[in-house]
Structures are given as C-alpha cells and as structure tokens.
Design a protein around this ligand. Structure first.
Ligand SMILES: C[S@@+](CC[C@H](N)C(=O)[O-])C[C@H]1O[C@@H](n2cnc3c(N)ncnc32)[C@H](O)[C@@H]1O
Length: 213
C-alpha cells in the first residue's frame, strides 16, 4: 500500500535525552506551512520512531492532521521522506526532545486543534538509575494538557508493567484529566512495537484520559 522502499537506515538504538546535544531549544513548528490545511483536527504522537503508525493513520484519515515528534533525528528525516514519496500533506514529523522541549515546539499551535495524543511504548529506560531519562514527566503532561482541546483525549500504552504504573500515575495526578474506560486500543493501526509485543502474546497495559477542565 505504501512506498517505504528506502533502505532501513542505521541509527542508535537509544539516545540519552539528558545529553547536552539533546538539550537544544527547537524552533517553534510552523503549523501554517507544514500542513495543507492547518485548521483540521490534529493528532500528536510522542516518540513516533520510524513513523509507520502515523503514516497509516494519515492515509486512513485525510480529514485529520498528524504530527509525530521524535528524538532520533535520522528517523525523523527518513519518515518525512517517506511521507513525501506518498504525497501526504496532512502528516509531519519533527525532531524534538519531548521531555524538555515539547512546549517550545508547540508554541505556535493554533488553539483548539489538538484533539488526540498518543504515547506508545515510550521508554527503553527500565533501570532505576536511568529513571531520569524517562519521557513522561510532570512537565510533559502539563504541556500536553495545556495544548489539548477541551474533551480531547490522550491514549497511553506500554508492555512494561512498572513503567505503565508510573506513567498512568503521572497522568492521573493532573486534575484537568479524567480516566476513560477502554477495553482495547481504540485506534485502527498498531504501532511497530505493539505488533511485536502482541506477536509474542505478551500483555499490553493501556489507559485513556480525557481533558475535562
Ligand atoms: C520503544 S520506541 C516505540 C516507538 C513507537 N511509538 C512504537 O510504539 O512502535 C520509543 C520511541 O520514543 C522515542 N523517545 C524516547 N524519548 C524521547 C524523547 N524525550 N523525546 C522524543 N522521543 C523520544 C525513542 O527514540 C523511540 O523512537
């Protein structure tokens, strides 16, 4: 269905978001130029990796815009090339250290367009000594909630039980959110990591939150 013919580029498996190189202040994303119609409802995927989830979502839902933010720049470049090869004008990937700089990247986001956010299998940082490198922190939640439209939704999933509890607790602690009941992933596309985990019959922990204030 898609042209994803580019040779899979070699990249670092993980990068340390605390390293000085990744503590840069990004330019705000120019929403007026990255999408053909910036007024469409927006879906934000944080930690979009190779971007295949959004590539498929953008093709299925041409009446939405899709933005992926990812800390590994070569993956962002590759994903944007594949987007261009597939002539998708409702899809964009941005190089961003979401833990520290999402707010700067979203500075020019038009009001009331951000309707859904996904955080899917975000962390390779399982060891306690690496906890500071984990993506979901209070400031990331605060940024997402501030930009999210009223009634907008945040979907989170991971296969690591203790990281799931930590992430869910961080979102739950935000008084502007309420948890919604879900029995399964509500999205029609699985991420690469999700497919790999489910292929091994391993459990996936999921939560959905809605902005109520
Ligand atoms: C395990 S992968 C999962 C990718 C994809 N969401 C999936 O489910 O297949 C986690 C992704 O989050 C990215 N990531 C980790 N920390 C990040 C940060 N601070 N800002 C942006 N991306 C980050 C990693 O580089 C990686 O691509």
């Amino acid at each position: 269905m898609f042209s994803t013919d580019m040779a899979r580029i070699r990249i670092h498996q993980h990068v340390n978001p605390l390293a000085p190189y990744f503590r840069f202040v990004p330019q705000p994303i120019e929403f007026q130029t990255i999408f053909a119609d910036p007024k469409l409802p927006l879906h934000l995927d944080i930690g979009s990796a190779r971007g295949r989830f959004l590539l498929k979502m953008a093709a299925i839902k041409p009446d939405w815009n899709f933005l992926g933010v990812e800390i590994r720049e070569p993956l962002v470049e590759e994903a944007n090339k594949i987007r261009d090869e597939n002539n998708l004008t409702n899809l964009h990937y941005e190089f961003c250290n979401a833990t520290f700089a999402l707010d700067k990247s979203l500075k020019n986001l038009p009001a009331d367009v951000l309707q859904t956010v996904t955080v899917q299998f975000p962390d390779p940082w399982y060891k306690k000594k690496h906890a500071k490198r984990r993506m979901v922190k209070n400031n990331l939640v605060e940024t997402v909630v501030r930009h999210l439209k009223f009634n907008g939704r945040i979907f989170i999933q991971t296969d690591v039980d203790f990281l799931a509890e930590e992430m869910f607790a961080t979102f739950k602690a935000d008084g502007n959110l309420r948890e919604c009941e879900i029995n399964e992933n509500p999205f029609p596309v699985k991420t690469e990591r999700e497919a790999a985990v489910e292929g091994k019959d391993l459990p996936v922990f999921r939560r959905m939150f809605e902005k109520i204030a």
